[in-house]
Write a new protein. Structure first.
Ligand SMILES: [Zn+2]
Length: 194
């Protein structure tokens, strides 16, 4: 992975995957598109897709060698995270079954972090251990001080979740260049019709 300077925002799209959430537990749910329309498009269709996501997410350097079971675990975690983060975004109590599923995965052995010679953080562990690490990060997020800043994009057909790091806490879109821009164009067209 190429190191990103601190001041440069991470790329929103890496290897075809969307990373607009600001935290990996919010980016994993974005691998299933079409949640609002019901016309699902799964970016994690094969174990090789999961390998690519783990690299794009900065969790793995090479091929993690994901199995069909790992893929199934990743999809389960994805829906678990979506349910819990959406509940946070909508200020509802956390649903029990996803909360227990998250706790069970977080209790499994997680990948170990280590520093390489250039000072970059890397991880040692297979796909399942990397997913357990995402589950632990999710618990810190959902149970930590940033939980109240989890939002869902207000784009009419967008279900992407993100962490609102704006000073005022009034971010509305997963991406200014995507949903934010579409909203601006729609508002402009609306004015044209008047
Ligand atoms: Zn959006």
């Amino acid at each position: 992975m190429t190191p990103q300077p601190q001041e440069t925002p991470p790329q929103e799209t890496r290897d075809g995957f969307r990373f607009r959430g600001g935290r990996l537990p919010l980016d994993l749910p974005a691998t299933l598109a079409g949640r609002v329309s019901g016309n699902h498009r799964d970016a994690l269709a094969t174990p090789a897709d999961l390998d690519r996501w783990l690299v794009a997410a900065g969790l793995a350097d090479g091929v993690a060698g994901s199995s069909a079971e790992d893929l199934s675990a990743a999809r389960d975690l994805r829906e678990t995270l979506y349910a819990l983060a959406l509940a946070r975004a909508e200020d509802r109590p956390l649903p029990n079954a996803p909360r227990e599923a998250l706790n069970a995965l977080a209790a499994q052995p997680a990948a170990a972090p280590w520093l390489d010679a250039s000072g970059e953080r890397r991880w040692t562990g297979g796909a399942r251990a990397l997913l357990a690490g995402v589950a632990r990060e999710a618990i810190e997020l959902l149970g930590g001080p940033d939980a109240g800043r989890i939002r869902q994009c207000q784009g009419p057909v967008c279900a992407i979740l993100f962490l609102d790091a704006s000073r005022k806490g009034d971010r509305r879109w997963c991406s200014m260049s995507a949903c934010g821009n579409r909203a601006k164009v729609a508002a402009f067209r609306g004015r044209e019709k008047l």
